[in-house]
Design a protein around this ligand. Sequence first.
Ligand code: NAP
Length: 247
Amino acid sequence: MSKYDGKRVVITGGSSGVGLATAQLLVDEGARVLITGRGQDALDTARGQLGAQAIAVRSDAASLPDIGALADRVKAEFGTVDALFANAGVNGFAPFEATSEELFDSLLSINTKGPYFTVQKLAPLLAEGSGVVLTTSVANVLGLPMLSAYAAGKAAVRSMTRSLARELLPRRIRVNAVSPGPIDSGILEKSMPEEAAARTKTQMAAENPMLRMGNPTEVARAVVFLAFDATFTTGAELAVDGGGSQI
Ligand SMILES: NC(=O)c1ccc[n+]([C@@H]2O[C@H](COP(=O)([O-])OP(=O)(O)OC[C@H]3O[C@@H](n4cnc5c(N)ncnc54)[C@H](OP(=O)(O)O)[C@@H]3O)[C@@H](O)[C@H]2O)c1
């Protein structure tokens, strides 16, 4: 008997990085997972890696019709859900003066509106006593350059974690946030040329108290803890950042 045998978990942005690492930890311990993402190739590869315990669904976290369809699919596949990890997200670097309305809207649609409505539309399916985890970022408390719109969107996620925790408490659903620092997930390479990403990663590691970046599995362990084991914790935020936002 494995620790999460028979548990049903939905992970948005589960086709790579932190979401995929979380899906892998849970599948390895007996859970069934439903992962989402936009790119079909990444979803197919992730489904292949995770095996028969996983279902991969193409769904855009910024689209309300997609979120509604996702809820229908989750209901058909799982009935009810034991944990929801609203993790889909992108980053976008730009100086404040050069941040366009398009970049601002895109970041907040995916990173802020996405988790809000994902939790709202899937809430009816959450079992009593289940756990919700939202992905924020240490950028929500640090004044990092080039990330003003991204950080504002993630700070809103920190705030909604508290509000949703209060509103879902009558159903004994806990809502917590995981706050990654610099994690070598491949996300940087998606938003800048490879050489710039390599330079940025070297700098991030040098500036971190632990003198390194984290890896997706280190965040995944915190997510699984918050989703299942942190039974007297709600509305909280757990930093997984090598101490970067703390010391
Ligand atoms: N890596 C870090 O240093 C770091 C630090 C702080 C916070 N975070 C946060 O951690 C979360 C996971 O990021 P990661 O580092 O694991 O990066 P990642 O490997 O790029 O994973 C992001 C996942 O989200 C999906 N996604 C992106 N936009 C989406 C959308 N509109 N609809 C549905 N899925 C979408 C991606 O698939 P598709 O692109 O195919 O859709 C992918 O599965 C994000 O919320 C990110 O902001 C990361």
